[in-house]
Design a protein around this ligand. Structure first.
Ligand SMILES: Cc1cc2nc3c(=O)[nH]c(=O)nc-3n(C[C@H](O)[C@H](O)[C@H](O)COP(=O)(O)OP(=O)(O)OC[C@H]3O[C@@H](n4cnc5c(N)ncnc54)[C@H](O)[C@@H]3O)c2cc1C
Length: 382
């Protein structure tokens, strides 16, 4: 067993860490305050090849792997978790789904610009009545002579509000069943399709740098060729790539928690009370020591899950444990970081107040903590 990162992984981590520290982190407070999406930073991330790390060069990527991708997601999230979310959705979910299930033509047309970072992808599973029970979608797709007609609403959709978002990959019912779920298929819906519109932009607690919108399909027409993969297996396809999304959320969580540790360590050395830096009090030291333990364990577990994926091996248990442990850890890390900062930690100009708002949603997106426990119970044979 070898715990050293390969040379190329170390290079990706260092490059992303430097970029995150020098370019992303200094802008994070402004992004959160203004709700303005940082198109210039996204363009630089594309230039550095971040969106295409695990995609083959012939489809616009750099032919790396999922360990490299997730090291990048962690480092980017350390600067601003919403840009980690952009990578998660664009690469781990959408690019992968196009790569694994797309035809040659679909990859040429849709995957290449996304892997190059010229265009951004979104995925649409959640609906007003289909959240954790994602198989109960109501959005429908009906085959007509010249294409598919889609009707329905998707909600809480990340990335779709960006000007350079080109498409959303959605699930829709293509055959109703008298009993049960019916047939769910997956479709590529370009943003400029007739009948496609963006609904409201959500006023969120945090994550203001993520362009989260409702999406409405009103007799939305797409070509026949935009069916993605096997029409009978659309739901399974979506769930397969969401498993990688869980590893990505774990990496984002570690990035947020690491940022909490960075800020808290700095503050604990600087802030003086009772004539001493607060970092000399054991109560503060132990919080930081515990945080360093939790970060190390969560990082090891997301890397193990990503490594298993790169080996083509089953990683349901590892992806779910990484997501559950890391997201719960990040929420506690953010709470402890605010506590260490005292009243200042609650003020908007202190980064830990942003981390506190950012961490909560990691326990919800791409499968809640409860859903992770359901997955793990199944893995235990229950
Ligand atoms: C900022 C943000 C971005 C998002 N981005 C996207 C996106 O890009 N694309 C997308 O498709 N979706 C997206 N989502 C949606 C997200 O994946 C869902 O919110 C999540 O899956 C939970 O669904 P829900 O909100 O409907 O909650 P519900 O499913 O209604 O759950 C409510 C509560 O009940 C619990 N619960 C539900 N069923 C069970 C059960 N069987 N056993 C025990 N507990 C249960 C849940 O764990 C939760 O605590 C986003 C959400 C947010 C907040």
């Amino acid at each position: 067993m070898n715990f050293d990162l390969k040379e190329e992984h170390g290079m990706i981590r260092d490059m992303c860490r430097d970029f995150s520290r020098e370019v992303i982190a200094p802008r994070a407070e402004e992004i959160e305050r203004t709700w303005e999406y940082p198109y210039d930073i996204i363009a630089q991330m594309a230039d550095l090849g971040m969106m295409g790390i695990p995609i083959e060069a012939e489809y616009g990527g750099s032919g790396g792997d999922w360990v490299g991708m997730h090291l990048c997601i962690e480092e980017v999230s350390r600067g601003d978790v919403t840009l980690g979310a952009l990578l998660d959705v664009t690469t781990s979910v959408v690019a992968q789904e196009l790569d694994v299930f797309g035809t040659e033509e679909q990859k040429e047309k849709w995957l290449i610009p996304i892997a190059r970072g010229e265009k951004i992808g979104a995925f649409g599973l959640t609906e007003p009545d289909a959240g954790s029970d994602a198989g109960s979608v109501r959005t429908s797709a009906v085959a007509e002579a010249d294409g598919w007609v889609i009707n329905g609403t998707k909600q809480f959709i990340t990335n779709i509000g960006l000007d350079n978002a080109s498409l959303i990959v959605i699930t829709a019912v293509t055959k109703k069943a008298r009993k049960g779920r019916g047939r769910i298929s997956t479709f590529i819906v370009p943003k400029d399709s007739p009948g496609f519109s963006l609904g409201k932009r959500y006023e969120k607690l945090g994550w203001h740098g993520a362009a989260t919108h409702e999406v409405i399909f009103d007799d939305c027409r797409i070509p026949r060729d935009n069916l993605l993969g096997d029409p009978a297996k659309g739901f399974a396809q979506h769930l397969a790539v969401l498993q990688t999304g869980r590893i990505s959320i774990a990496a984002m969580s570690v990035g947020v928690a690491q940022a909490c540790l960075d800020e808290s360590l700095r503050y604990a050395k600087e802030r003086v009370q009772f004539g001493k830096p607060i970092g000399s009090f054991q109560a503060v030291q132990f919080k930081l020591a515990d945080l360093s333990v939790a970060i190390e364990l969560a990082r090891n577990q997301y890397l193990k899950a990503a490594w298993l994926k790169d080996q083509g091996r089953k990683h349901t248990f590892e992806a779910a444990t990484a997501k559950l442990f890391a997201s719960e850890m990040a929420e506690k890390a953010a709470s402890d970081a605010v506590q260490i900062h005292g009243g200042y930690g609650y003020m908007a100009e202190y980064p830990v107040s942003r981390y506190y708002k950012a961490a909560k949603v990691l326990q919800i997106v791409e499968g809640t903590s409860e859903v992770m426990r359901i997955v793990l119970s199944r893995e235990l044979g229950l």
